[in-house]
Design a protein around this ligand. Structure first.
Ligand SMILES: [Zn+2]
Length: 171
């Protein structure tokens, strides 16, 4: 008798294959994707060729890196929006020094976004997972915090957001 493999027919198959090929335990994978450990065991033994596993891992890694990248760009963009609000506040209050600092940070953040976008177009998305360890990112963070010294409340919000971004927390 032929049984249909519930793993092969699962919509999450490539992610399941990626985990089976080198990830967490069968039980953990089974819980996450609501598949029985027995089915996973049989599937790994009978249906998961090394080549298939390699493709699954690559696709899964590219997906996660792509999502991580999009989320970083979103967050930098939201930071720019806040900086722009700070900028007009500084202009309204005639705080010209503060305003020009903020203007510089806005420009640098926009350049960062543009550069990240350019890299995304020409290089594999996998390379972007190390974004937070680049000196450019560290410089951006300290420059933003430095430029917003005159705005303690905004500074707290920004620092809080940056912490969340670096911890990889969602929105
Ligand atoms: Zn299968």
């Amino acid at each position: 008798m032929t049984r249909v493999c519930t793993v092969c027919t699962s919509p999450a198959r490539s992610r399941v294959d990626a985990e089976l090929a080198g990830g967490p335990s069968l039980a953990a994978t089974g819980r996450r994707f609501k598949l029985s450990p027995d089915a996973l065991l049989l599937h790994r033994r009978d249906h998961l060729s090394p080549a298939l596993a390699k493709v699954a891992i690559e696709r899964y890694t590219a997906d996660s890196a792509g999502r991580a990248f999009d989320s970083v760009v979103d967050r930098v963009e939201s930071l720019v929006t806040r900086l722009e609000a700070l900028l007009s506040l500084g202009e309204q209050k005639g705080a010209l020094t503060g305003a020009s600092n903020v203007a510089r940070e806005v420009r640098q953040s926009l350049e960062l976004i543009a550069r990240l976008r350019g890299e995304l177009d020409t290089r594999p998305t996998v390379t972007t997972v190390n974004l937070f360890s680049t000196p450019e990112f560290a410089n951006l963070v300290s420059a933003v915090l430095e430029a917003t010294q005159a705005f303690p409340e905004a500074r707290l919000v920004i620092a809080d957001r940056l912490d969340a971004i670096q911890a990889g927390e969602p929105g």
